[in-house]
Ligand binder design. Structure first.
Ligand SMILES: [Cu+2]
Length: 349
């Protein structure tokens, strides 16, 4: 990550002109999906990588300690399982790699396809199920899999000299494993293989409808954009991650035709998990479908930079965006989001 960033900075002073007066501000900050459409006959490939960090736990918007979490009841208590939560997530890292493709059969329609790989790694503490509730130890859970595919249509609604409106309508299919198992340290101080809780799964096998409305307007060297995005489940599954609604707004400043910087505010509201897998019942908060989703505000800052590296009429586009949550109100106890870094490459032809 650091090396790529260094390359971006070192290559900044190169001066080359691009076809069609291509500008860095033509695309939104890299974290915005489906932000632009293409001219008839044009294609684009993109590769993005997102790294997300999480640490600590919240109930609503209040921090909660391990000590407070292990006093909460275990809703799935059975047999000799502890009556209180006994395993507490400490931190987590998520890696998402997305490969995207765009093609415009006409000036008013762009088809977009995307595939995502997802890797997750979580560190958890296990406490004794009863008596003194002493810390027994720490263990890791992880999963890595092809997670989802999506296909959508971007429809141009209105375009004037300095503004445009477009809609996105698509289908997202989760293909990642929803029953990955892993070795865990139990509150009885034994090691056992169980189906990992929902949050560690690479998918939920659901089908969802993706819809978005985007508006972008340009005033000299400034661009303002806004997008409202929704994900709504349309399949009948044993369980699926909650529907979500996320408006985002960004301000971009063009420093030169090849460089732009941005500031973006995103709100996201995600509903809890719908349904349940009866085999997921460990004494940990993540085994409860209600402890998912919530409301989050994130602030991000980004850089779009054009280069001429590979042959072709179009520029090689790089985008970097770093964002941090400024407010979180989570259905909890739930792990708190931290920094996320997104790096992307796009090339039209
Ligand atoms: Cu594109």
């Amino acid at each position: 990550m650091k090396n790529v960033f260094l390359c971006l900075v070192v290559l900044l002073p190169t001066t080359i002109l691009f076809a069609d007066g291509e500008r860095a501000v033509d695309h939104a900050p890299i974290g915005v999906m489906g932000d632009h459409f293409h001219k008839k006959g044009e294609s684009m490939i993109s590769l993005r990588h997102i790294k997300m960090y999480m640490a600590g736990n919240l109930v609503g918007s209040k921090d909660v300690s391990d000590g407070q979490i292990i006093e909460l009841p275990n809703p799935y208590q059975m047999g000799n399982m502890p009556s209180k939560l006994s395993v507490v997530p400490q931190n987590m890292e998520m890696d998402m790699t997305m490969l995207g493709m765009m093609y415009a059969p006409s000036d008013s329609l762009t088809i977009m396809g995307m595939g995502m790989f997802m890797g997750k790694e979580m560190k958890l503490n296990t406490y004794k199920g009863m008596m003194d509730r002493a810390l027994l130890g720490t263990f890791n859970s992880s999963s890595f899999d092809l997670s989802e595919f999506s296909v959508s249509a971007l429809i141009k609604l209105r375009k004037t000299e300095n503004s445009r409106w477009h809609a996105q309508l698509g289908i997202q299919k989760s293909v990642g494993k929803e029953n990955t198992s892993g070795e865990v340290l139990t509150p009885m101080n034994t090691t056992q293989s169980i189906i990992l809780p929902y949050g560690m799964q690479s998918g939920d096998k659901s089908t969802a409808l993706i819809s978005a409305l985007t508006y972008v307007t340009t005033r000299e060297n400034w661009v303002f954009g806004g997008q409202l995005r929704m994900k709504s489940n349309i399949s009948e599954d044993k369980w699926h991650f909650g529907n979500s609604l996320s408006p985002t707004g960004w301000l971009q400043r063009e420093l030169s035709s090849k460089t732009s910087v941005s500031l973006r505010l995103t709100y996201s509201h995600q509903y809890p998990i719908n349904g349940r897998n009866n085999l997921i019942m460990a004494p940990v908060q993540t085994a409860n479908p209600n402890n998912y989703g919530g409301k989050t505000f994130k602030l991000g800052t980004g850089l779009n930079q054009l280069f001429k590296i590979f042959p072709g009429d179009h520029a090689d586009r790089f985008g970097l965006e770093v964002s941090y949550p400024i407010y979180q109100n989570l259905n909890g106890p739930q792990m708190k989001s931290g920094l996320s870094i997104q790096l992307g490459y796009q090339k039209s032809f």
